[in-house]
Design a protein around this ligand. Structure first.
Ligand code: NIG
Ligand code: FE
Length: 418
């Protein structure tokens, strides 16, 4: 057989385990790292993996010397708020003055100020702005990501955001999974009529589903936003309508959103900084992935982070994400999140790599398509300018990507973007 592309002389090839469910607890410590390896691509798919010596016998149209670099699957970022209008740098001064995140929101700022800017922006403007962020996300080695709506809080703007996500997915090499987060905050016009608003969002699920604009439904379950009961009502409706479930749970206060996620069989429960001991036990007995967002804790200036060690030690499947958004975590850099996970969540390098590849893919229901380098799977991989896989979380705050390949084609290269 003649291959299309051979990447040879790979110093370390990171091969997360091929699995039919997310890696849980102890399993997250296993990471197959193949030294002096090579991989071959045919028709945009991974077609062969072996040693560098074995690769000498292969016939290929094109061949590339990795010069002992590290190669991994394309990273997966399973929680972002990619599409939004405006920015919120003015809130930084409020944060410095000690005004809590939920108080800024309660006073009509925070999410609600982004809602205003997103409602004002045209679809084209949102597309241009999100494209800019998306290209940066790709440069950090991410080839699959999730993007949420939630800055419209009305049918017109929510659909506008979701259409932008759809168009970005069609036009860019990154594969984007779309989530409807209509119940992200309560619009000021619905104060005291929260149930009416929730009902409107439940109705909107039908349009989102008919127009194939979202695979998942999500809700912000938090003090002053949506209660656990309201979250259950919305997510149950979404489940009946065929959506996969996600939830912003226990981010600031422990309300029981994590327990609800397990009860409803959610694909993921996200944030979990304040998740209770019982919630962690429940998670460990389920396949709901705990998506941890240490960048948000860092940016909100909190001292206590999600209890990743306890979760992993008790058998939970943990994934990591940026939570990229204009208010609580303003970074596209998943590599920085990997460093925070090592430093603040005390996750090992092996756990960190599994959390941004295989487990991140399961957190968005794409475990069989992304997050590993499996024969027959899309040839989405990254060459890294690092001497070994442990180096990445250690050297923080910079971009270690050398080049990014999607379907066997180079879509980003450091030397193409000096
Ligand atoms: O995941 N917590 C709710 N939603 C986002 C923040 C959105 C914003 O502040 O604009 C989050 O942190
Ligand atoms: Fe979020």
């Amino acid at each position: 057989m003649q291959y299309d592309l051979l990447i040879h002389n790979i110093g370390q090839l990171i091969l997360p385990k091929e699995t039919t469910r997310p890696l849980k607890g102890e399993e997250m410590k296993q990471l197959n790292v193949k030294e002096n390896a090579a991989l071959a691509v045919k028709d945009g798919k991974i077609a062969w993996i072996g040693t560098n010596v074995e690769a000498n016998h292969l016939q290929t149209k094109e061949s590339f010397d990795a010069q002992q670099k590290v190669v991994s699957p394309g990273l997966v970022d399973p929680h972002t708020h990619l599409v939004f209008g405006g920015s919120r740098e003015k809130e930084l001064a409020l944060k410095q003055a000690g005004v809590p995140y939920l108080e800024i929101l309660a006073n009509g700022g925070g999410i609600l100020s982004t809602v205003e800017a997103t409602r004002k922006a045209t679809e084209e403007e949102l597309y241009e702005k999100a494209s800019f962020h998306l290209k940066r996300i790709l440069s950090y080695g991410v080839t699959t990501l999730e993007a949420k709506s939630g800055y419209g809080l009305d049918p017109e703007t929510e659909l506008k955001q979701l259409k932008v996500v759809k168009k970005l997915n069609e036009n860019y090499p990154i594969s984007i999974i779309s989530t409807f987060l209509g119940p992200h905050a309560i619009p000021p016009t619905y104060k005291g009529k929260e149930t009416d608003f929730l009902e409107e969002m439940v109705q909107l699920l039908d349009t989102v589903s008919e127009e194939k604009l979202g695979e998942f439904a999500d809700i912000f379950c938090e003090t002053g936003v949506f209660t656990t009961e309201q979250s259950e009502y919305f997510l149950q409706k979404a489940k009946e309508k065929g959506f996969g479930l996600k939830i912003h749970a226990d981010e600031i206060d422990s309300l029981g959103g994590t327990e609800l996620a397990v009860k409803l069989g959610a694909t993921s429960a996200d944030h979990l900084v304040a998740a209770s001991d019982e919630a962690i036990t429940m998670l460990s007995n389920s396949n709901t992935v705990a998506v941890l967002l240490p960048g948000t804790t860092f940016y909100l200036g909190k001292d206590s982070y999600a209890r990743a060690r306890k979760m992993i030690d008790e058998g939970v499947a943990v994934a990591l994400a940026t939570d990229f958004n204009p208010g609580s975590c303003v970074t596209e850099n998943l590599q920085f999140i990997m460093s925070l996970a090592a430093l603040k969540l005390r996750m090992t390098p092996e756990e960190v790599w599994n959390a941004v590849t295989v487990n991140a893919a399961f957190a968005i229901g794409k475990g069989e398509e992304a997050g590993t380098l499996t024969i027959g799977q899309h040839a989405n991989f990254v060459l890294w300018d690092i001497p070994n896989y442990m180096y990445l979380p250690y050297h923080f705050g910079v971009n270690h990507t050398n080049s990014v390949y999607v379907n066997g084609k180079k879509v980003w290269g450091r030397n193409d973007h000096v």
